[in-house]
Ligand binder design. Structure first.
Ligand SMILES: O=P(O)(O)OC[C@@H](O)[C@@H](O)c1c[nH]c2ccccc12
Length: 229
């Protein structure tokens, strides 16, 4: 099977430093408001200046207080690849994601089950990279049998809606089961350089939200992750 990488997957493949997808996370079910009076576009600028390899934004309103119009604005205001995170269950939502100017769409294996492959193909046809999210071996089996360009191991259990802390050791445990012709992303619960190092030992990129949003000196903090050894 030849997997054709698109914008986000290629950027990760060609990145010289630590490839970090930085999430503009406005609300977390565990910690509440994370924006703290700041604007999403100001955070976007900080992430760009810190040289991250991609941006992530959650459009789900119910648990993460996301907003699709803000997502669109983020896409319009950056040349970086943008990932849309949501609990997507219809193809219309995938089309809407591509039309907004996004680069990647999140597809959750646990939600779509046997429909995952079909949704991935539809998203690829729309020109998007696909990040199929998994949390256990059963879901990896589903992801493996799709044409997805990227697979994300979510260190947290999404059905617990982030009330668990998530541990990078899950990436360590599952990484060998991911086909080598896909970009592997370690998602969630990465809060310091030791976590990042552990994640990038096994994964091609790391996706980080909460610890970036709560950092006191955000740009320095994110830069230290991008440059860190
Ligand atoms: O804030 P964290 O622990 O750095 O995690 C970011 C991201 O991985 C997490 O927000 C996430 C991963 N998968 C999701 C699916 C839906 C909503 C959110 C998510």
């Amino acid at each position: 099977m030849t997997i054709e990488f698109k914008k986000q997957a290629r950027a990760i493949q060609n990145f010289g430093k630590n490839p970090i997808i930085a999430e503009i996370k406005v609300h977390s079910p565990k910690y509440g408001d994370l924006l703290n009076g700041r604007s999403e576009l100001d955070i976007l600028k900080i992430y760009e200046d810190a040289n991250v390899v991609g941006i992530s934004y959650i459009t789900d309103k119910q648990h993460f207080n996301g907003n699709f119009d803000v997502f669109k604005k983020i896409c319009e205001n950056t040349d970086l690849p943008v990932l849309r995170k949501d609990f997507i269950t219809t193809k219309d939502e995938i089309e809407k994601t591509a039309n907004a100017g996004a680069s990647t769409v999140l597809i959750i294996a646990r939600l779509l089950k046997e429909k995952t492959a079909e949704f991935v193909d539809f998203a690829l046809e729309c020109g998007l990279d696909t990040l199929v999210e998994v949390h256990n071996t059963e879901e990896i089996e589903i992801a493996k049998h799709t044409n997805t360009t990227m697979i994300g191991i979510n260190n947290r259990d999404i059905s617990k809606l982030e009330l668990d802390d998530g541990t990078v050791s899950l990436t360590e445990k599952l990484a060998d089961l991911i086909p080598k012709n896909r970009i592997l992303v370690s998602e969630s619960g990465i809060s310091n350089l030791a976590d990042l190092k552990q994640a990038l030992k096994h994964a091609n990129a790391a996706l980080i939200g909460t610890s970036f949003m709560t950092a006191k000196y955000q740009e320095e903090f994110v830069k230290s992750f991008v440059e860190g050894k």
